[in-house]
Unconditional design. Structure first.
Length: 484
């Protein structure tokens, strides 16, 4: 199996906040990998823009260090990195003032695709958008990429949309959620809509329930100040988990085109029922022998912000009526894993008697680590002594299926940035989609704030608070084990 790399057109990409953590860890190493793969044409420009006074050579040194630290490690010493650095330039720009904008404009070329990546705080989005237009850097074919958090609630998200809309049309705005760039997420669409095997069963008649889990082992780290104003609901559920829910539950679009896909995702969000407070569990990790707890990390001994949330929700449409969706995410859990589990119903009648036990088919879409899919099927246990059944997985791990080529599967950021250059918005959120997600999320947050709820404590390295387990147990179900 040989993957096909299709070069994009010549482009100028300006990264605002180019000296920040996201640029160093993801954006710049990802662009280097695309260069090594032959996808970035010669002559393209990648221009860093920030407040520090680095200059071209200083920034190229920063880029080289970031690639060696966070990149794949290959091609750094064979001259390829030096060739890539020739594409790199830098301009000192004041996002809130006038300095540097004329110089940046002088770097840009006519008759090439121009993209502007806002790897900065959302408070700067409006100022950057306004200056791109007023100084004549952007035209009607330019693209702007904005990072989450896209708003803090519906009101602020709507204000951000309106601010960007003053300067750019919707087709020029790329709201990035890196989860949608993961290979397995896109394979989910291929599995559903490219095969006859699953789609006829993809409904309430055959599916018992669906679990979506995004578990992290890390604490809030250096993000404590931001995280304590956000929490797991805003930081993860409103965007990452919501996008996974939409893809798993959406109707087949008429075509695999940006607005056709996003129209169906929007229908899912609008069909979500309000969540009863009995179906929500919030948690906050405590301290252990070696590490302080959440409240110490955020330097607030009375913080009521959740580092864990689990909830049960329903989608009111014909396909999913009565089928519960269980979502959970948290920090300082026992393993780092992201997965979607589609749990099918039991066979209507067991011909093997009660001794055979209960067995279910479960399709697991694993996003990280070890991207891939497994399908649990029931077979006879080998050997004499009667009909004993067991569940075994049909495994499609990318690492095993693709061999060495699995290492060459593009990172989510690589894929999404190349889609920006192509002008393909399929894997990016539309403005009305973002607002609909906040419209569903806001009442949940307001509800627990009005009730003065305190998150349930849980031990670091566990699966979360006990109340989250009871959320499933009350329904006669249980969470899948969190494991690496």
């Amino acid at each position: 199996m040989v993957s096909r790399v299709i070069p994009v057109e010549n482009f100028d990409l300006v990264i605002f906040g180019a000296t920040g953590d996201l640029a160093r860890r993801k954006i710049l190493p990802g662009l280097f990998r695309r260069y090594c793969a032959g996808q970035i044409p010669e002559g393209s420009q990648i221009i860093g823009a920030a407040r520090s006074d680095e200059g071209d050579e200083g920034f190229r040194k920063t880029v080289a260090e970031a690639i060696r630290e966070f990149g794949s490690g290959s091609h750094c010493e064979d001259g390829t990195l030096d060739q890539f650095l020739e594409c790199i330039h830098y301009e000192r720009v004041d996002a809130m003032g006038e300095a540097g904008w004329q110089e940046l404009k002088g770097r840009l070329r006519d008759n090439v695709i121009k993209a502007f990546y806002f790897s900065v705080a959302p408070s700067l989005f409006g100022a950057l958008a306004e200056r791109l237009r007023s100084f004549g850097l952007a035209d009607d074919d330019s693209r702007v990429v904005v990072e989450k958090p896209f708003g803090h609630n519906l009101e602020t998200a709507r204000a951000l949309n309106q601010t960007l809309a003053q300067h750019f049309d919707e087709h020029q705005i790329y709201r990035i959620d890196h989860y949608l760039g993961k290979e397995t997420v896109q394979n989910l669409m291929a599995v559903r809509f490219g095969n006859m095997l699953f789609e006829p069963l993809w409904n309430a008649q055959y599916v018992d329930h669906i679990q979506i889990t995004v578990a992290e082992t890390v604490d809030v780290g250096g993000r404590g100040g931001y995280y304590d104003k956000s929490g797991a609901m805003r930081d993860m559920v409103q965007n990452h988990l919501m996008q996974l829910l939409c893809l798993i539950a959406m109707e087949p679009p008429a075509r695999f085109e940006p607005d056709a896909v996003r129209d169906e995702k929007l229908k899912v969000i609008r069909a979500l029922d309000p969540v009863d407070y009995h179906h929500i569990v919030r948690g906050q990790y405590g301290a252990d022998e070696n590490q302080p707890g959440y409240r110490a990390h955020v330097e607030d001994p009375r913080s009521r912000t959740e580092s864990f949330v689990a909830l049960k929700c329903h989608i009111s449409n014909w396909r999913w009526a009565g089928t519960p969706f269980y979502l959970r995410t948290g920090k300082k859990l026992k393993a780092r894993t992201s997965e979607i589990a589609v749990v099918f119903k039991d066979a209507p009648h067991s011909i093997f008697g009660t001794d055979a036990g209960q067995h279910r088919n479960v399709l697991v879409i694993r996003l990280q680590p070890n991207e891939g899919m497994t399908l649990d099927v029931t077979i006879k246990e080998p050997g004499p002594g009667g009909m004993r059944l067991l569940d075994v997985p049909l495994d499609m791990s990318f690492a095993e299926a693709l061999g060495a080529e699995a290492d060459e599967v593009p990172d989510a950021y690589e894929r999404l940035i190349m889609d920006v250059i192509r002008g393909n918005q399929t894997l990016f959120m539309r403005g009305d989609e973002v607002e609909a997600a906040w419209a569903w999320t806001d009442p949940i947050i307001e509800g627990w704030q009005n009730r003065g709820e305190v998150p349930k404590p849980y031990e670091p390295g566990s699966s979360g608070p006990e109340d989250a387990l009871m959320l499933m147990h009350r329904d006669g179900r249980k969470w899948r084990e969190i494991k690496a």
